[in-house]
Design a protein around this ligand. Sequence first.
Ligand code: HEM
Length: 454
Amino acid sequence: MTETAIFPPRVTPAANPLRFPINLFKLLSNNLEIVPEQAYDEEVVLARGPPRMAFITGPDAVETVLKTRHADFPKGRLQNEVLEPLFGNAMISSHGKEWRWQRGATAPLFRHDELVRYVPTMYEAAEKVVEQWRMAPEDEPRPINRDMMHATFGVISHTMLYGGADDVIASIEKGHAEYFRQVNWWVLNRMLRLPRWLPRPGGRSMRRHERRLHDAVRGLVLNRDAKAADGADLLSRLLVAKDPETGRRMSEEQLVNNVIAFLVAGYDTTALALSWALFLISQSPEWSMCMRAEVDRIAGDSPIGPEHLEGLVVVEQVLRESLRLYPTAPIIVRDIFEDVVLGGVHVPAGTIGIIPIYTIHRHRRFWREPDLFDPSRFAPDAAAKPNRYQFLPFGAGPRICIGATFALIEAKIMLATFIRAADFKLLPGFLPRPTGQMFLTAAGDIPMRVHLRK
Ligand code: HEM
């Protein structure tokens, strides 16, 4: 295929490791700007801080931290403290035994053969968005990121809480975006070990949102009868999930926390992945045509179903390349409690280990033309396959995203539905600005004109 070379917007890294307090200012506005230029060329870079950080981007060092010696590098205390009010003792923020049994109990719910039963829900949610585009005035630009949030929220709420969870859905939609816009102030509070009660922008509305969400989900868990729900949704299956070794079940509190964690973790990340993918294909008529031809050939006019997943090869390539350039969970944090040598660099105990997935995906030593949009890197017959620790949008090792297959199936079904239905044109003069907050956002809406094909 002859292609126009597309170099989409990137983060401008700091020229050198930042010192206090500039590092903290950057953290508030765009946490990817604290990753220094050197981390795109070297394997491990130290920033003296305070706080002292090690940016770990070389595949061997990443493998050591996330897999080989994962027990020595627990999930960042800071990250856990930040998310604790929202997730409590859910699997996502637990350690050791407490984490292991919850992971063991929930893992079977997230297997590919279990998840394909949700494909019709995913397709319907995508078609609902297409229907909204159909009803909207033709020339009115759509905030594509918000449309995607709506779509993925429809999926996670219906698969998690099938039938009657209006109050939960309302409470998430109400405060969610605002919550994550303000979260970096809370990160700063915990980083500086300030009193938790110290007033900060958005602090009160964040606490209100947490309370509202917990109350709504608790009500749901208390009123749910697993047998009556017939095992159709993830919540009723979580109610009967057991530790495969001991037969233990989740406490009410753990159920509430895990439902919240799945709702939150499974919503923005996938919506943003779809938004970035649509932005990229709006820049590339060649890849849009190629994807559409594939969808037309594989599914024709019929609803996109589980039987089409395997054939949507180009759609998956575009999705992977999009997650490479814009990994929507862009930073993983691990604590380093003992002196260690990583990538030939001595990292002292007490350093915060930053694994910037965004930077790893654009590392100049390991990727050819790292800033170029080129889905052919992921072609099944591509000559050089990326190393396991060089492409990791869902993390790696035992704490890899439990929802990775869910997200990939959902994004594939949705992207195929959207590209079959419409052409996407970015509003002239607008360019998204990749911004790391909790997730990788575009620093605002991505306005697009959606031209429906039929
Ligand atoms: C494109 C979409 C997604 C991306 C990019 C993503 C990314 C990630 C990453 C990088 C991690 C590892 C964090 C770490 O090691 O510190 C993670 C963990 C996790 N994700 Fe996802 N995720 C996505 C979708 C989902 C979905 C759909 C769900 C649930 C339905 C989900 C639930 C979780 C949970 C529960 C964990 C914690 C696992 C554990 O600690 O054992 N994610 N995700």
